[in-house]
Each structure stands twice: as C-alpha cells, then as structure tokens.
Design a protein around this ligand. Structure first.
Ligand code: FDA
Length: 308
C-alpha cells in the first residue's frame, strides 16, 4: 500500500513541487545521489575506483516530452564521458541511459529520436572506451527499449540493457538475450505494474529472479547481477561458479548509497563490483522509487527533515 502510494507520488507533479520545496530534502537526497554537476559524478567515480569499485553513471532525468531537453541530456552524457576520459577514469566505466530522457515519449517520432540520441551517447562512450546500458522503465516501454537495443547493438555490440524479474515476460527475454556478448543487468523492478504483466509478491519476484539468473549464467552473455538482496547475491555467486564463470565474465551491481560495506566486501574478494551512481538535478522520480523500496528509507527521510 505504502509502496503503491510512493510510486504514484513519484509520477505526480504536485507531489514533486511539494517535496522539492522543502529545503532540507536535498541533504537527505545526497545519500542516494552524487550531486548536481559533472564534477560530482567524476569525484564519486574516483572515490569508488580507489577501493576497486567500478561505476555506471546515470544523468538523472526521465519522461521528457521536450526535444530540446532530450538533446541537453545527450550533451550532458557527452560532457561526462569526455571528463571521465580526461581524468583517466573511462576505461571499464559505464553510463546508464533512460530512453525516456532522450526522447522516447516525444509525441512525434519519439522512438526514432531516442534511437538517434542513444546512438550519439554510444559514439561518445566508444571514443573513450566506456560502455552504455539502457535502463528499463515501466512495462509499456519494454518492447520499444529492446527494439532500440537491437538497433544499437548492430553498431555497438557492447550495449547492454536492464531486464526486470518482476515482469512475467522476462524469462523469455533472458533466453533471447543470453547470446555471446550480450550484457544483461538483471534487477527485480522498481515501478508499479499491474498483475497481468508482473508478479506482485516478493517471494514470486525472487523466484523469477532466480529462474532468470539460471538462464543468464548458463548462457553465453555477460550477466550483471543488480541486487542488494543477500540471498540473490549468494545464489548468483553459486550459479556463476557452477557455470565456470570468473570475475571477468559476470558482475555484481548495487545502487550508490545502499549497502556500501557489502559493495566493498564483494570488490575486496575479487569480484567485479559496479555501483550505479546517479547525478544531476532531476532526482525526484529516482529518489521516490528508493523510498518505495524500503519503508526504513521513508523513516530516514522524515527524520532527516525533522532534525533540519
Ligand atoms: P529487495 O528490494 O528485496 O531488497 C533486498 C535488501 O536490499 C533489503 O532488505 C535492503 O537491505 C536492501 N535494499 C534494497 N533496496 C533498498 C533501498 N532503496 N534502500 C536501502 N536498502 C535497500 N529497476 C528498474 O525497474 N529499472 C532499472 O533500470 C533499474 N536499474 C537498476 C540498476 C542497478 C545497478 C540496481 C542495483 C537496481 C536497479 N533497479 C532498476 C532497481 C531494482 O529494480 C530494485 O528496485 C532495487 O534494486 C531493490 O531490489 P533488490 O534486488 O535490492 O531487493
């Protein structure tokens, strides 16, 4: 119930102005977001690199219906990738892109614009030795996102995508995306989805996650295990070992600010550990989804406001 309300609020303009208007919100948001500027993203990338953690950087923003805004997002990624290159941080780095931030929802030719814009980001990543992974948004965008992924991979075979285990279709998508070179970031899923398309209970979602992991680990692609759940991590480690995978052919991923000690532990044990680091001004939707995932985060947020 609370999760559903927070996810509904994540898409409400009215709630957004209310939450953003509270000055103290920003300092609480800082737990999950690196900062507003490119320099903040680069600083956090350097800090994480110091203890062996890799990065995927997300320039915050989503659901744009403004072509100029979509182009500005592309420029932000180009600036970021150039900065990472200049700082010697680009090799092995990744950027995460929401297609709805680069034009997917534009009223005319949205998909074409998103494809062209994503292509520009891929070219900038290619130039500095980084990779791109397409985030996955709500289920109405899945086919479009996977279609754009196919087009991009024809030119840049290293482009990856997120699949969400809560969707009933995802086992089949995992099968289709488990071929050589295919980078799949498997997560549980963070949006409010109807029963017809998505498992609703935690136990059903977890079982689906494990079925998807089995397919990906047994396949020929590069599985990226995006979860903070200790059970999922342990199962993924076992499946990877059973499949003879080394730290070079699968990885673990977590969100910035969540279970940092576990991130350090996994990296310290020789695993490839990547942290998803969001930065920028458009933090509202991302932040609300983090609150929805864990009631304790809401308490932390409210306590933070109360003590300011
Ligand atoms: P689960 O929610 O069961 O949590 C397991 C444990 O992890 C909790 O008990 C708690 O200890 C910790 N935890 C989880 N979430 C927390 C939080 N917000 N704050 C504090 N602790 C928390 N989703 C999506 O729909 N599309 C996408 O593109 C992505 N991309 C993405 C990339 C990466 C790298 C990650 C790690 C996650 C995503 N997600 C996502 C989000 C994902 O779908 C999911 O909502 C969260 O990862 C939480 O699910 P867990 O697997 O961590 O398990």
């Amino acid at each position: 119930m609370l999760r559903a309300s927070l996810l509904a609020a994540a898409r409400s303009r009215r709630m957004r102005s209310l939450v953003e208007a509270v000055p103290a919100t920003r300092s609480v948001v800082r737990r999950f977001v690196a900062g507003a500027e490119t320099a903040d993203a680069v600083r956090v990338a350097r800090e994480l690199a110091a203890d062996g953690r890799r990065i995927t950087l997300d320039h915050l923003g989503e659901d744009t219906t403004d072509a100029a805004q979509a182009s500005a997002t592309v420029r932000a990624y180009e600036t970021l990738l150039n900065a990472l290159g200049a700082e010697g941080l680009a090799t092995g780095a990744d950027v995460s892109v929401k297609l709805s931030a680069v034009g997917q929802f534009l009223p005319s030719n949205g998909e074409d614009v998103a494809l062209e814009n994503a292509r520009k980001i891929c070219a900038a990543a290619d130039a500095v030795g980084a990779t791109v992974t397409l985030d996955m948004e709500d289920h109405t965008t899945t086919d479009s996102t996977l279609g754009i992924l196919r087009e991009l991979r024809a030119e840049y075979p290293w482009v990856g995508a997120v699949l969400q285990a809560y969707l009933r279709r995802t086992e089949q998508d995992c099968r289709e995306l488990s071929g050589p070179g295919s980078r799949v970031r498997l997560c549980k899923g963070a949006y409010a989805e109807p029963e017809e398309v998505a498992y609703q209970g935690k136990s059903e979602v977890d079982k689906s996650y494990v079925r998807c992991l089995r397919i990906l680990m047994a396949g020929k692609g590069y599985p990226m295990v995006a979860s903070h759940d200790p059970r999922m991590i342990a199962i993924a480690a076992k499946l990877a070992a059973d499949a003879g995978r080394t730290a070079e052919d699968h990885e673990f991923q977590m969100l910035y600010g969540i279970r940092p000690e576990e991130q350090r532990r996994l990296a310290g044990e020789g695993n490839t550990m990547r942290v998803y680091v969001p930065y920028g001004d458009e933090w509202y939707g991302y932040f609300m989804r983090r609150l929805a995932e864990r009631p304790a985060n809401l308490t932390f947020f409210l306590r933070g406001l109360a003590t300011k």
